[in-house]
Design a protein around this ligand. Structure first.
Ligand code: DX5
Ligand code: ZN
Length: 224
């Protein structure tokens, strides 16, 4: 199956949120990526379940919720009730990651785990079987519009190798600094899901940019 594209709403014009979500609805995007930040785990603060609930009413795409918050276990239910289809927590933000992943599964959402650029994919070795998605941060989380950290390509390759060897079908999602100039490399390294904020919403024709992201080559992989 072809890779997925998940526009990150963080880069959208919030004075025209409904229009931006409608643009995504009418595009070839697969998921809508929503970045929740708490001002503790990351320096920035964005939005919470209330805004996601509103977006849920407008969006026809699955909601891919990326929690950049400490102690996410306190809010899993709320985000699920707000309409999250995928809930990703950070390895660095969970003391009992395995428990949080089970908690996400119990809500019926797809559980995802993310690591920051300085952390090795080997840290996820014992949780791989439990998750539906691994989100590799290719910038330090907190802000859109940052530069892609190229070491991420090696991490994607290593993770792809581990998933293949173990015959696991969790998706590899990559987030931060992705544009039409480097997306092919990211896909060739073994990514399944591309998140892009500025590259889409700040472009002249976001719908067309999404189409171009979808049309980029890259390995074809079969998902379950
Ligand atoms: C950053 C967020 C990203 C962000 C990506 O912490 O997790 O999802 O929106 O934005 P770009 O694509 O502009 O780097
Ligand atoms: Zn994100």
């Amino acid at each position: 199956m072809k890779h997925l594209v998940a526009p990150s709403l963080l880069a959208a014009d919030f004075t025209r949120l409904a229009e931006e979500v409608t643009m995504v609805n009418e595009s070839q995007a697969d998921w809508l990526h929503l970045d929740v930040m708490d001002g503790h785990f990351v320096p920035n603060i964005t939005f919470g379940p209330m805004v996601i609930e509103a977006v849920r009413q407008l969006s026809t795409k699955p909601l891919d919720v990326h929690l950049m918050i400490r102690q996410p276990e306190r809010y899993i239910e709320q985000f699920r009730n707000a309409g999250a289809d995928v809930i990703t927590v950070h390895y660095e933000a969970c003391t009992h990651l395995h428990r949080v992943v089970q908690q996400i599964k119990e809500t019926g959402a797809i559980p995802g785990v993310s690591i920051n650029p300085h952390n090795s994919v080997s840290l996820l070795e014992d949780i791989l079987e439990e998750v539906g998605l691994i989100l590799l941060m290719s910038v330090n989380p907190g802000f859109g519009g940052q530069k892609f950290i190229y070491n991420t390509l090696l991490k994607i390759q290593r993770l792809r190798e581990r998933l293949t060897i173990r015959n696991l079908n969790a998706r590899i999602e990559v987030d931060g600094g992705i544009g039409l100039h480097n997306a092919e490399k990211v896909l060739q390294a073994g990514a399944d899901v591309l998140v892009a904020g500025s590259a889409i919403f700040k472009s002249e024709n976001p719908t067309d940019t999404i189409r171009r992201f979808k049309e980029i080559g890259g390995e074809m992989r079969k998902f379950v």
